[in-house]
Design a protein. Sequence first.
Length: 292
Amino acid sequence: MPTTNHSRRAFVRAAMRAPYLTAEEERALAVAWRETGDKPALDRLAGAHMRLVVALAARFRRFGLSMSDLIQEGHVGLMEAAARFDPDREVRFSTYAAWWIRARIQDFVLRNWSIVRGGTSSAQKTLFFGLRKALARAAGRDTGWETGASARRQSEEIARTLGVPVGEVDLLRHRLSGPDRSLNAPVREGEEDGGRRQDFLICDAPLPDELAGEAIDGSRRLAWLRAALEELSERELEIMRARRLSDEPKTLDALGAKLGISKERVRQIEKRALEKLRKVLLRKHPDLAART
């Protein structure tokens, strides 16, 4: 496949000079491949339709991708079509192959048109490749987005036309509103010493050393709490576990019924146990007062 401009032009010229096949020749080659695995027949069938690959690839140049890459992807689709073609369906190979070629190129465009990867669902393909045409009809001109209140109406009209959710139209129009920007690029064009974009990104997440410190502090405080709980009476410990140390805390009523006391008595014991824990922790670890 072509890798340079010169080789690409030579490849295109060769593709355009390839002789056309009659319906009978086309069918004979397809039958030879299907029934006997005749590789030269497969190559001839595909080679005669490389001009179709070039023509379809040219339609996608507006996405800014290499024509050589588009042709290469189209060639993969053509070979897959040739390998799958059923001559008994009485349809010309070019009609069948065009679908495979176009699908392969569309997938390639969706994977590579932006550094931010988009989806390749049927609805997203319809939106991506039908957007410009729908936009022209909605706006009454070749290109351009409406702004303000009319932008919403425009998105809704495009969504109805293409049969996709309005949210997907809004998302794609946002992505198409500006070019990709490298985080390694200078903040100001031509000023290499002015810092790079990535230097000004702000992350609110804790730093690794902060996370490690929090984990250590958490383990230490858990050990302190376990030691302090040993200072409680059996009933105080039971109430604290049921009320404060359980994934599903019990109500005062439920705990009172279980222990055979009133809910007010449960509340008093819980309050006393909390105060006892606080005093024990402050006595053994005075620095906790400054952290709370």
